[in-house]
Design a protein around this ligand. Structure first.
Ligand code: DGL
Length: 267
């Protein structure tokens, strides 16, 4: 069968999308990946819709110039606010997004009551609730913005008293009446998953939209004959728009291994 050795393009506002890269690596070990983190403008989640759309379009243009065969929007905020604009503006490659795969993974569990947590822009867009209700209108959906989870994850504050009080601040209501399913609607939040689990023990299901997105992308790539050859291990190229002094340390927290080379670029 013909192989497609062009890289997969992935972008996020910053480091959160690395959780998608890590998940993708375990399902598609032979694919080359080009990752863009718009670290100069993170967080996107507190910005206006107009700017989030513009940033998303600039991120796509950058990846297309790198010759990618598909683009994965590893940012729930861009997925929630700008996905239809991006899909109509960029038609040369398929654009997959983290929100649709998170919704599909949620629906498969047939919950009665779902809590979606995400950035302010994601929650204000109401995109998760609308997509869930398009398929299963009977599910009760509560969406909660948790903007401080992004800096906590980037700072490596993934447990302890500061994080506990932020969790209680945002999720207090959920802690007294647990949902059936908690959907992590931000690619930064998987770093807090283990700690969130201590506040919401089983049988609450926790869906990580980064894992759901990687699994969906792997299926899509196989079904659409976009798979790369399997003779070598996939390579990764990383681009960021700003390089913080502790970038490598932060990035390895999200990725689970150390990044090799990173190039700073302007969009
Ligand atoms: N990782 C982004 C997301 O999934 C959130 C971070 C941000 O606010 O830029 O929504």
């Amino acid at each position: 069968m013909k192989k497609d050795n062009r890289p997969i393009g992935i972008f996020d506002s910053g480091l959160g999308g690395l959780t998608v890269v890590a998940a993708l690596r375990s399902v598609l070990p032979h694919e080359d990946i080009v990752y863009l983190g718009d670290s100069a403008r993170v967080p996107y989640g507190n910005k206006s819709v107009e700017n989030i759309k513009r940033f998303g379009a600039e991120d796509c243009k950058f990846l297309l110039k790198k010759g990618v065969k598909t683009i994965i929007v590893a940012c729930n905020t861009v997925s929630a606010v700008a996905i239809s604009d991006l899909k109509s503006e960029f038609t040369s490659v398929p654009i997959l997004d983290v929100l649709t795969s998170g919704v599909n993974a949620c629906i498969r569990e047939k919950p009665e009551y779902v809590a979606v947590i995400g950035t302010r822009a994601t929650v204000n867009s109401d995109a998760y609730r609308m997509q869930i209700h398009k398929i299963m209108p009977e599910i009760a959906v509560k969406s909660i913005a948790c903007p401080l989870f992004v800096p906590l994850a980037e700072e490596g504050l993934t447990e302890g008293p500061i994080t506990a009080s932020v969790i209680e601040h945002y999720l207090g209501e959920l802690l007294s009446k647990h949902p059936d399913l908690l959907l992590l609607g931000c690619t930064h939040y998987p770093l807090l998953k283990k700690y969130l689990r201590t506040f919401m023990p089983e049988p609450v299901k926790i869906i990580d939209s980064a894992i759901a997105c990687a699994e969906f992308a792997a299926e899509y790539i196989k079904e659409n004959k976009l798979l790369a050859g399997d003779l070598k291990k996939g390579e990764e190229r990383y681009y960021v728009t700003d390089m913080a002094s502790d970038f490598y340390v932060q990035a390895s927290r999200f990725l689970g291994y150390r990044i090799g080379h990173v190039e700073k670029v302007s969009l």
